[in-house]
Design a protein around this ligand. Sequence first.
Ligand SMILES: *[C@@H]1O[C@H](CO)[C@@H](O)[C@H](O)[C@H]1NC(C)=O
Ligand SMILES: *[C@@H]1O[C@H](CO)[C@@H](O)[C@H](O)[C@H]1NC(C)=O
Ligand SMILES: [Cu+2]
Length: 392
Amino acid sequence: MMFIKSILCLAAAVRSLALPANIPAFPDAAIDSGLALKTLNSLAVAEAFKQFGRGCSASKVKFRREWRSIPKPQRREFIAAVKCVQSKPSILPPGEVPGAKSLYDDFVWAHARRSGLVHMSATFLLFHRYFLFAYEEALEQCGWHGGLPYWEWGLDVDGPHKSPVFDGSDTSLGSDGTFVPNRQPQVLPLPGFTEPVILPPGTGGGCVIKGPFSDLLVRLGPFPPDPDRFLPVEPVEGRGDNPRCLVRDLNADPLRRWSTFRNVTELILGYDNIRDFQGELEGDPRVTTQPMGCHGGGHSGIGGYGNDPVISPNDPAFWLTHGQLDRVYWIWQMLDFKNRQDVFGTGTYLNVPPSSNMTAEDTIDVLPHAGPEKLKNLMNSVGGKPFCYIYV
Ligand SMILES: *[C@@H]1O[C@H](CO)[C@@H](O)[C@H](O)[C@H]1NC(C)=O
Ligand SMILES: *[C@@H]1O[C@H](CO)[C@@H](O)[C@H](O)[C@H]1NC(C)=O
Ligand SMILES: [Cu+2]
């Protein structure tokens, strides 16, 4: 209650500011320390409190918090809820995806089956926003009412293996993978860029063996790309049961290169239209000369399955890195809310195969978890029907 009050005070204090013209010019030190991003988050909260609609209100809004700001007993409750989703049976039609044994596997499939449509396309940010929401609802059914947590990358650029998110304690999402020595750098050829991205090996590389999810059985995938696309759509191969451990390879290098406080703050302040903002955030070769973006940095910071564009939701940390990404998008939107309500691009990965331009009137779904919804209804996190959350 105190917390809500202080947010409301803050909202009152900044109400007089016209956004985004009055965003303070931040000193370098504030950008590098994360203070600037924190301030932008506060401005976004203030704006969100003016944008409540259709049943979403200050008393109902869900607070999505950074992992470290969730008290440890609640972190344990969150982990228990994730395990509950992992223990519930699949809701897919019997036999359709034989490897999907649990409701959690269904989420992995929901992402995999659409991966060729919802990356490097108009729906990237909003599909993932809706996807996170569907998962948050499943956690709710499993007794977690605290809002989906997020992972602030900027706090862990000195080593995600030391982070409370990944330290292997019972209040973490499990440890790093076991260290696999003598590995070569990973060479990632990214479509549309002439030079591949080269990543040094991380601090893991093997199975997660300590803490929550050390006993997790990953089942789905790998899914091969379709012959005419970069990523699959409704793949047939890979649906079978392929039980294996969770592989992780935590890595500070990509976090330092693409996902620092500075990278995220400059992204939010540097672009005023969705094409450029989304293109930089995702490293879209049609928009930017910089591959990866903060999205890629976050995934590669987790490494292992978390760095696979198709099956990354197999790692329970997926939801926290994408929570952070949605937070970045959310802050950007809230800094100029009425002008940041559109989508840009087509409905296929790098427009291969070619597809139509999409508009906010188009619909997406997150089957089997959430039905079709117009993109315009997914723009406002506090618009009610379906969303009612903010990041704090
Ligand atoms: C990201 O920020 C770091 C400093 O925080 C900087 O060294 C790096 O060049 C930035 N990356 C990009 C792609 O701008
Ligand atoms: C799709 O959008 C692009 C970029 O704005 C534009 O150049 C193109 O003409 C559009 N295509 C159609 C069919 O409207
Ligand atoms: Cu992602």
